[in-house]
Design a binder for this molecule. Structure first.
Ligand SMILES: [Fe+2]
Length: 312
């Protein structure tokens, strides 16, 4: 069966990217090579560590009861509360026996094909900088707090860790079909903004939710957003916003279910049938949806970010 990722590709070295694949044009800084890896992690000073500690403390006020059990367990297992920006070498040494992952520093957002290649080698690229006091509440470029606090704890979960690894390989396959946009929507609605059903209610496992105080409450509890059970075909046809709270979140039953729905399905067939652009608006509810909560969209209707609308 053709599955999410082609298995015959060798990922031990960065594969050649086909010339006809379009990815965002990013200018590579001179001090990094083709792998976009920094020669060393930044040495952070006391002010940087204080920013990390304040961000950490702010999240811990809202995450208990709202973050997925796997995430909270991961925070503990990696001892992320010990204070200061964590050293990637220590995180990698601790992750290795758990799931085989490591954390590597990159200067900025890196090109898709390089990002996928690192994931396919169980390396998680994380920003080599931290936000400032001026950009404490919101930065668009993912920094070390978003990347390490938001993403890395989930890599302690074996099934989720395998999903991320398969996703990397899937990226290379999607490029061959020119379906990066569709696969990007899947990443967005799972890895960044995913929710999971737990025995005592819906919790967040997406890093975009977990690394910000407003969205952690909004995604799980607010009346505005739709919450819909994840359906991979549907998600890959759905547009998304990158600069505001999400109008819709997708909910998984378990990480095993996420793995089954994605890794074990015939993506080649799906890619052949997908239109090149998105079919559904990010606030739409459609016939096939298994709806958990029909959102009022009040926040969006009142103007969203910058309008002063309350995230209710
Ligand atoms: Fe992220």
């Amino acid at each position: 069966m053709a599955t999410l990722a082609k298995t015959d590709q060798d990922y031990s070295v960065l594969p050649h990217m086909p010339d006809d694949v379009f990815t965002a044009p990013l200018k590579r800084p001179e001090h990094v090579g083709e792998d976009w890896l920094e020669p060393a992690q930044t040495v952070y000073d006391g002010d940087d560590d204080a920013i990390w500690n304040d961000l950490f403390a702010r999240q811990m006020e809202v995450l208990p009861g709202r973050a997925a059990t796997a995430f909270l367990k991961g925070l503990e297992r990696l001892d992320l509360s010990r204070g200061g920006v964590p050293e990637f070498a220590r995180l990698s040494a601790e992750l290795e026996p758990m799931t085989g992952w490591s954390v590597v520093p990159v200067p900025m957002l890196i090109p898709d094909h390089v990002f996928f290649w690192h994931l396919a080698n169980r390396r998680f690229p994380a920003g080599n900088f931290i936000r400032t006091r001026e950009t404490f509440d919101y930065i668009q470029e993912p920094d070390v707090f978003h990347d390490v606090f938001g993403h890395v704890p989930m890599l302690t979960d074996p099934v989720y860790a395998d999903y991320m690894y398969e996703y990397g390989k899937a990226g290379w396959n999607a490029m061959r079909y020119n379906r990066l946009k569709a696969l990007g929507a899947l990443y967005w609605y799972t890895v960044e903004f995913g929710l999971i059903e737990e025995a005592d209610g819906i919790k967040a496992y997406g890093a975009g939710i977990l690394s910000g105080p407003t969205e952690a409450v909004f995604a799980v509890e607010a009346e505005s957003p739709n919450r819909i059970m994840l359906n991979v075909d549907r998600v890959m046809r759905t547009d998304y916003v990158i600069s505001d709270l999400q109008p819709t979140y997708f909910v998984i039953e378990s990480f095993e279910d996420l793995y089954r729905q994605t890794v074990e399905r015939d993506f080649e067939r799906l890619y052949r049938n997908l239109p090149p652009s998105f079919t559904y608006a990010n606030s739409a509810i459609i016939d096939v949806d298994n709806l958990v909560h029909r959102g009022t969209q009040e926040y969006l209707l009142r103007g969203g970010r910058g309008s002063g609308a309350a995230p209710v």
